[in-house]
Design a protein around this ligand. Sequence first.
Ligand SMILES: *[C@@H]1O[C@H](CO)[C@@H](O)[C@H](O)[C@H]1NC(C)=O
Ligand SMILES: *[C@@H]1O[C@H](CO)[C@@H](O)[C@H](O)[C@H]1NC(C)=O
Ligand SMILES: *[C@@H]1O[C@H](CO)[C@@H](O)[C@H](O)[C@H]1NC(C)=O
Length: 440
Amino acid sequence: MKILQLGLALALTTGIAAILVYIVGLSTSHERFRVSSEDLGALSSLQTGFKKCVNANGLGLQATGGRDYCQVRIQFPSDTVPKWRDPKSGKLEELSFDFDLCEAVATWEQVRNSTTILTKEFIDALPNGWEEYAWRRINKGIHLNRCENKTLCMEKLALVLPETPPFVPRQFGRCAVIGNSGDLLKTNFGEEIDGFDAVVRENGAPIQNYTKYVGRKSTFRLLNRGSAKALDKVAELDDTGKEVLIVKTTIHDIMNHMIREVPIRNPVYLMLGASFGSAAKGTGLKALEFALSICDTVDMYGFTVDPGYKEWTRYFSESRQGHTPLHGRAYYQMMECLGLIKIHSPMRADFSRVVEWLPSRSTLNAARIASEKLLRRVSGGKEGPRSSCSIIKKRDNGKVTDIVGLRDAAMNHQKYVKGATMYPLERSAGHGSLCMVPDI
Ligand SMILES: *[C@@H]1O[C@H](CO)[C@@H](O)[C@H](O)[C@H]1NC(C)=O
Ligand SMILES: *[C@@H]1O[C@H](CO)[C@@H](O)[C@H](O)[C@H]1NC(C)=O
Ligand SMILES: *[C@@H]1O[C@H](CO)[C@@H](O)[C@H](O)[C@H]1NC(C)=O
């Protein structure tokens, strides 16, 4: 394994001769992960275009390549003054960040075809789903002893656990994800935001009194632990009772109590997320992940740190610490230059701004396939709609996701996957999916 990785590193940096060594090294046992020269060409052209894209759209950010075609470094202008300190180490945030493009294209493309809502059919189908997984999604699950009493666990999750996914990929056309940055007050984005098909907000972000800046429409709201424990306050922010609340952590007895007693009319679900490593833990990224799993396109407002930023602020309250604003900003720029999102901010307020040097669909696709092989993803080197499935289970008849009345794009996707639902398997080697299918 070590030797193969070394071969890979060499191949990526020193060209064809080394590629041959690598191919020979791999072909015996792992034929299908073989990386061809076309694959390397695709990665090289993604990286070249990516650097141009960051330099053209990043408002001073500069991208450089690293030691191979996967590595890129995004650098802030040297006069940027970092303000955020790591509370543990006391260190100021750095001005340059390394990212792995291969990891990013492979993982984010998979998100686009997966469901990000936790369901009962997923827990039932997952090997040891109740013993190994479900009890971790219940606050104080430790007392449940791996759901030894399954009835009790099911009772605790019942209010937030649909049988099958309530949403499917591409169900919505154009979506907007709204962060909480104080920068929102510098531009009147409200009307523009209300023009989207679905709007995703975060935590306790108010709408009333700020509609000029943040719009009125609110379809989904992503909640961290703190906000979820104040579910009644969050539900008050939406007077329609229709906003769908999605909790990214665990279900809590307090939440169950509020859903029953207050009573909260809004649907509440738990999020099932892909794992991106340390780069992507915040609510903002989870909101983007959720939106990308159900929308055709995703536009982002209220996240950005534009050049000359003074500190991380919120539009509705005193400035809070926030976390890693520069790292987040660099990561979002990477996402924009991979064609996943479009960033709007006071310094890029023109709605019809064109993101220059975006990689084409075919470059992205070729780079994704190459990355899947390099990273030895379950889907690597395989074709077809179920290529990322490492577990395939037949769904009970009668528990079919209702697809009547979906948009064309969503219908076409359902036809492509033949009615399957892909659930990301967190922390699994090869990032496989658990796939629930109507037939085997
Ligand atoms: C399991 O939990 C249910 C629901 O709370 C309870 O009625 C039942 O007595 C429990 N069973 C055992 C064996 O503790
Ligand atoms: C909106 O402003 C009014 C008047 O200042 C205030 O009473 C109300 O609490 C505000 N609403 C929100 C959600 O901040
Ligand atoms: C996702 O689904 C689309 C069809 O809607 C398909 O073209 C694409 O290859 C799929 N991507 C992955 C990573 O499976």
